[in-house]
Design a protein around this ligand. Structure first.
Ligand SMILES: C=C1C[C@]23C[C@@]1(O)CC[C@H]2[C@@]12CC[C@H](O)[C@@](C)(C(=O)O1)[C@H]2[C@@H]3C(=O)O
Ligand SMILES: O=C(O)CCC(=O)C(=O)O
Ligand SMILES: [Fe+2]
Length: 357
């Protein structure tokens, strides 16, 4: 597997940490095999030569910059988040806070054109056009990657995952995050000697300022990109100290792929939904845009029959996406939501598996 490495200071130790990279210009079979290995070992992969047009990315970034530069009273017109809409600091409904502002949107074009009226009052049609084109291209990338995952896993029906994102009722979201600058600090761990203002989140080990706290993404696959400001970290599963945060250097030309809980459930735990977070430590603002690929609310998420083996019995009960969303909105950001759906080890009733909607 092609691995990128980063040197990081953690617990007063300098470590070299690694994360996988896949180049989509490689031979498809090889890229598919490496993609699956990355999703099994990390639940995360950086993708280069992805084919999403630079002009489409630049327009999306410009729309985000224009919106976040508006006066607070203008931005509030697109809020509060219900969970969709404009939010500042507060994440979800259960008291989670972060150092960020965001716009959380459904990916459905009719929702976007409605919401655009409050986000871009000067030119809502331009805003929806830009977001729709971005979503279209990034969804295509997500589907290409999911088909490669299907191939790499050796499935007969290689489109089993991508079909869910192409369903007309799919529940995919797009999120624009804006992390404000932290003046006077530009170290990976932040300025550990400074006291945070009341109520502000800090990582206990590194002292860094947390923009978006530790969590896994609930959906099937997330496709993330950012500006050139670092901040994204993924949690490696290391036996010695319960995991190490791997800082993933920013690369505005790349996309970062994050396996979500639903894909972990459908692969019976073979692909892992990675825990990650975003730090807000830089003296420059960080912006990120995330497409969260999700099925329709009625889709039943259950392990594919090929993923259930005598040595790999069913790990999760089956659930609909609507049921999973209900559970996730009742929980804190950092909760391990899939654990709520762990199968009873003695229950063999559901052993045939599959996806239905
Ligand atoms: C605290 C919460 C925010 C969140 C919904 C939740 O109850 C738990 C999961 C959170 C998360 C994380 C990934 C995505 O950013 C997100 C949009 C999602 O689908 O799940 C957020 C949710 C949110 O901000 O509404
Ligand atoms: O901004 C980032 O890099 C991470 C954002 C994230 O994890 C999310 O929006 O779910
Ligand atoms: Fe996330």
């Amino acid at each position: 597997m092609v691995i990128a490495s980063v040197t990081a200071e953690s617990n007063e130790r300098i470590r070299t940490l690694e994360y996988p990279v896949v180049d989509l210009s490689w031979k498809r079979g090889r890229a598919a095999e490496l993609l699956v290995r990355a999703c099994e070992e990390f639940g995360f992969v950086k993708v280069v030569n992805h084919g999403v047009l630079r002009s489409v990315i630049a327009k999306m970034e410009a729309e985000g910059a224009r919106f976040f530069a508006l006066p607070p009273c203008e931005k509030q017109k697109a809020g509060p988040p219900t969970p969709l809409g404009y939010g500042i600091r507060s994440i979800g409904f259960n008291g989670d806070m972060g150092e960020l502002e965001y716009l959380l949107l459904h990916s459905n074009p009719s929702y976007i054109s409605q919401k655009a009226k409050t986000i871009c009052r000067k030119d809502p049609i331009h805003f929806s056009g830009v977001v729709n084109e971005y979503v279209k291209q990034v969804r295509q990338l997500a589907c290409q990657l999911l088909d490669m995952v299907g191939e790499g896993l050796g499935l007969q029906d290689t489109r089993v995952f991508s079909r869910l994102l192409q369903d007309s009722e799919n529940d995919s979201l797009v999120r624009l995050n804006h992390y404000p600058p932290w003046p006077g600090s530009d170290r990976a761990g932040g300025d550990a000697d400074r006291e945070p203002a009341a109520g502000k989140s800090r990582d206990k080990r590194s002292g860094g300022r947390i923009g978006f706290g530790e969590h896994s993404d609930p959906q099937i696959l997330s496709i993330l990109r950012s500006n050139d400001v670092d901040g994204l970290q993924i949690l490696s599963a290391e036996a010695d100290d319960g995991g190490v945060w791997i800082p993933v250097p920013a690369d505005p030309a790349a996309f970062y792929v994050i396996v979500g809980d639903a894909l972990q459930a459908m692969t019976n735990g073979r692909l892992v939904s990675v825990r990650h977070r975003a730090m807000a430590n830089s003296c420059r603002p960080r912006t990120s845009t995330v497409f969260f690929g999700a099925p329709s609310p009625g889709t039943r998420i259950t392990a594919l029959p090929q993923m259930i083996r005598p040595h790999a019995p069913r790990r999760y009960k089956s659930f609909t996406w609507a049921e999973y969303k209900k559970a996730m909105y009742s929980l804190r950001l950092g909760h391990n939501r899939l654990d709520l759906f762990l199968a009873d080890p003695d229950d063999h009733d559901q052993d045939s598996g599959g996806i239905s909607n």
